[in-house]
Design a protein around this ligand. Sequence first.
Ligand code: FBP
Length: 334
Amino acid sequence: MSTMTGTTLTQHIQRKQLTHPDATGQFSALMTQIGVAGKLIQAQVRRAGLIEIWGATGDTNIQGESVQKLDRIAQDAFVETLKNSGAVAAMASEEENSVIEVPAAQAGDYVVAFDPLDGSSNIDANVSIGTIFAVYKRQDSSEVLRKDTLRPGNEQVAAGYIIYGSSTVLVYTDGSSVDGFTLDPSCGEFFLTRPNIRMPEKTKVLSINEGNQAYWPSWVSPFIETVKGRNDKDKRRVTARHIGSLVADFHRNLLYGGLFLYPTDERSPKGKLRVLYECNPLAFIAEAAGGAASSGEGRILDIEPTDLHQRSGLIIGPKADVELAQRLALESAE
Ligand code: FBP
């Protein structure tokens, strides 16, 4: 098997650091260690069916979800790797009720919110799953305050995800560019394979769980029909794809130009997806790639969270259609 050559994740991070004269190196260390955590997790995911780590632990998490064995493995790998990075003071995780504080001796300048294994209900069916993360700079260096973790998404300094699919791909943004890296298992390195990703302006893929139609607010069905209505006998301009694994749906949509909707509805009046470690990081990436993200009431990145596990509606994808959906949602709420 030939070994890939090119720019590695570490080299890319180092080059970016050179553009920040005041950099301490902590941010670079953090991003590099997130790559390491991704490698540790993918190594377990790839062997899931072989080593008895399919299925549930028997525990239920703060979301009321059954905790999968791989959720726990991913959680522990991410927490331990970031604790030892020397760059992190606190973490918020989908799997933990409260903030995970790093002992002062090991603590650094950053706070990370993450979903260790998004889409984990799909693990046993071998569907792509992923880790989603958001990075903030601490506001107070003396102690970790609640306000350090309950941050609006527009204060993120970086965000990304690692998708464990046909290959392991890490995509992250520091707000200036969105770059994708593929893990070469033959040498264990992430290589830059998708530099400066831009989200196409036109919606080519529609992604929504139509099984929830009975619960949708009144604006959703007409909006979906409007988007589908762009197809005619001459040309199919929009197709439908929905995996049910947010990180996998988002990754495809980022590359192909897809619109993902999980609106608030009668079943989830506050929304299904979590602001801190699902909506915020993906919204930061979408905007950096030229797209947009709305809750249905406003820009996702302007939400002022009041709870670690706060949920929200999510409409994310090409800017024009996100704005159209938000306008219809606001009009229907009047
Ligand atoms: P977790 O697996 O991290 O809890 O994520 C939630 C999630 O599985 C998303 O990945 C996905 O988009 C959504 O829930 C699917 O929800 P539903 O089954 O209601 O369509």
